[in-house]
Design a protein around this ligand. Structure first.
Ligand code: URA
Length: 234
């Protein structure tokens, strides 16, 4: 496998960055500086970037998890909270979450060991659309809906146009579906806060053409070939 592909699959850097690091003499193969980006990594080669060994990624694994409330989407938590890693019980490969869902947000979370794909999906220039189902309290007026759809200031950042549909009105809350194109921290919650509403429950139901459907909370499945192909082509 070509050196830059090896490094990016392991999630250490993008292919372009890997080439830059190689040319800058920051990459070693079996202890010796390798400044040739076209080097073909052989089985058994020990690859180091900036002094850190980059483990080979053998099989690419792509998982779709329905994250429950009360889990963090990091590989470890310094406050001792449960992490989504604890829910993945029969996958020996070291996979990690693509992007983040809040501790109390549920729903679709992709996990993989394909660092290159994960980096690409999270890069602002490829941000894939994400749809959330939200239970919202407060006065969701026509004016609020207009603002949410056209862009609101969530603290130094004005959101780009979003799709917002009221699915059902209840006496004290609304069921709303919202589709956004960016992935700012707590974006959906902040958007509703910006128009004086409160998100009580939040669940991600799709990412681009990938849907959570009826997968139970805490359960996961492998992505299909078609879904993987779709993500690679974004
Ligand atoms: N927006 C939020 O506010 N929280 C999430 O977890 C995801 C999107």
């Amino acid at each position: 496998m070509r050196l830059n592909k090896y490094i990016s699959h392991a999630g250490a850097a993008s292919r372009r960055k890997a080439d830059e690091l190689t040319l800058a003499g920051k990459v070693r193969i079996n202890g010796k500086v390798m400044s040739e980006p076209g080097y073909d990594v052989a089985e058994g080669d020990v690859v180091e970037v900036d002094g850190k060994i980059i483990e080979p990624v053998s099989e690419m694994i792509y998982i779709l998890l329905n994250k429950p409330r009360g889990y963090v989407t990091t590989t470890s938590d310094d406050r001792g909270r449960r992490t989504v890693m604890e829910l993945i019980t029969d996958i020996p490969e070291r996979i990690y979450p693509v992007g983040r869902l809040d501790y109390n947000t549920t729903g679709l979370l992709i996990m993989t060991n394909d660092g290159e794909l994960a980096n690409r999906l999270m890069h602002p220039s490829h941000e894939v659309t994400k749809t959330y189902s939200a239970m919202v309290t407060g006065n969701l007026s026509k004016d609020s809906l207009w603002k949410l759809r056209n862009g609101v200031d969530i603290g130094g950042f004005v959101t780009s146009p979003a799709e917002v549909n009221i699915i059902k009105e209840h006496p004290h809350h609304h069921e709303v579906e919202i589709t956004i194109h960016e992935g700012k921290n707590r974006q959906v919650r902040k958007m509703f806060e910006a128009v004086g509403c409160n998100v009580r429950e939040l669940k991600r139901i799709s990412m681009g053409n990938i849907y959570l459907s009826r997968l139970a909370e805490g359960h996961y499945r492998k992505l299909t070939k078609k879904e993987i192909e779709y993500l690679r082509n974004i």
